[in-house]
Design a protein around this ligand. Structure first.
Ligand SMILES: NC(=O)C1=CN([C@@H]2O[C@H](COP(=O)(O)OP(=O)(O)OC[C@H]3O[C@@H](n4cnc5c(N)ncnc54)[C@H](OP(=O)(O)O)[C@@H]3O)[C@@H](O)[C@H]2O)C=CC1
Ligand SMILES: CC(C)(CO)C(=O)C(=O)O
Length: 349
């Protein structure tokens, strides 16, 4: 087993949801020396993973768009796949050993079903990092699985702005298309050792992960929710990479972004009045446009779902904002339309 700089043994980290984001974090953690187990959906997937050598591939496509790195690439040159060895895989239910450190990177709509498969392997000394877009997944788990807060593991919530995608012919490789950042916070003030170890492990990765206070994460999550509510349905419906939203030839896209941000700021002003200055329409629009810029080469996760004819996260993104608007008496015509159009798109699969 690998060991830390202090000579202690590094604990195994389990990753439930070996998709674009899960493989990125699992690969980097393995590179940093952590023993990693992917919890895959089926024994057939575990077999496929083992047959291809138990490796995770990471293709650092973001280098292509990075001015200081671009010069290192020759024209037309492919970016090599960095292959990370010695990763284990199992299905969530085939063992009953306790999981001390778990990262859940399924889509929001799959979290509850995925969690039900591992709940019996978690205890209050376990740490669980949730890295979903949208809002409400932690609350849904707490409502469904825990009547007493004492039985819960220590939840860590993250908001991730890295862009990554998986090609359909590469099951265990992720393309890291946008080097961005990730913010994580502990949901409870006093946490077990496993949670502190997981925060330390993540903060040291070359993925710009910052550990913040829970109260500081809230505005970050609301800004990210706004970015996903604007970028994801627009790119999923238009079938384009994020960067196309910045093209000057279609000024109405910028008007759409501005109006959507105004609507979201009005919802937040009623729902989170104490965050008013951080969540003004101008601050939200600046954040959204910056995410479009940084992730210009990425296909949004909602576009990837539509392309694969999978249900999208719209219930947790635009649907969440519509419900929040209703609770606070704020009209939401833009989010209601985006939500309805995404539901229409999904019904055509
Ligand atoms: N991709 C991106 O650029 C970004 C994504 N995000 C967010 O991160 C989260 C993950 O996104 P992403 O990685 O793109 O999603 P993916 O769809 O690529 O990956 C999710 C993975 O979870 C697996 N899964 C779902 N349920 C289970 C289960 N019960 N047991 C085992 N595996 C399961 C899926 O398997 P299967 O394929 O079999 O369904 C899939 O491999 C989402 O909330 C997304 O919005 C945030 C920022 C950027
Ligand atoms: C950061 C962004 C917008 C990257 O595409 C994303 O969160 C997503 O695709 O879901």
């Amino acid at each position: 087993m690998a060991s830390s700089a202090e000579g202690g043994r590094l604990s195994r980290i389990y990753v439930l949801g070996a998709g674009a984001v899960g493989l990125l974090f699992a690969g980097h953690l393995r590179n940093a020396g952590y023993p990693i187990t992917l919890l895959l959906r089926s024994s057939a997937a575990v077999e496929r993973f083992e047959q291809q050598g138990g490796k995770i591939g990471i293709v650092n496509d973001w280098i292509r768009a990075h001015p200081s790195r671009q010069r290192l690439l020759r024209a037309g040159e492919e970016i090599p796949c960095c292959s990370i060895d010695d990763v284990q895989a199992e299905t969530p239910t085939e063992k009953d050993t306790i999981i001390n450190q778990l990262i859940i990177t399924t889509k929001a709509q799959h979290v509850q079903q995925a969690y039900s498969q591992v709940q019996s392997r978690l205890n209050p000394n376990s740490a669980v990092l949730m890295l979903q877009n949208g809002m409400g997944t932690l609350e849904a788990i707490q409502r469904k699985f825990y009547t007493h807060s004492q039985n819960q593991p220590a939840f860590i919530i993250g908001t991730n702005a890295h862009g990554c995608l998986r090609h359909s012919n590469e099951e265990f490789a992720t393309h890291h298309t946008a080097m961005s950042s990730c913010k994580i916070a502990l949901h409870i003030p006093s946490a077990p050792q496993s949670a502190m170890e997981m925060l330390t492990a993540l903060a040291a990765l070359p993925l710009n992960v910052s550990v913040v206070n829970w109260s500081d994460l809230q505005p970050q999550m609301l800004l990210k929710l706004a970015a996903n509510a604007v970028i994801n349905p627009a790119t999923a419906l238009a079938g384009c990479r994020n960067g196309l939203m910045l093209q000057p030839e279609v000024p109405s896209v910028r008007e759409f972004v501005a109006s959507a941000c105004l609507e979201i700021a009005a919802i937040y002003a009623r729902a989170h009045p104490h965050l008013h200055s951080e969540l003004s329409a101008a601050a939200i629009e600046e954040y959204v446009l910056n995410i479009v810029h940084v992730t210009a080469q990425n296909k949004s996760s909602m576009l990837q779902d539509v392309a694969a004819a999978r249900p999208t996260e719209s219930d947790w993104i635009n649907g969440y904002l519509v419900r929040l608007g209703q609770q606070h008496g704020v009209p939401t015509p833009i989010n209601t339309s985006l939500y309805a159009l995404m539901k229409l798109r999904e019904s055509a699969f």
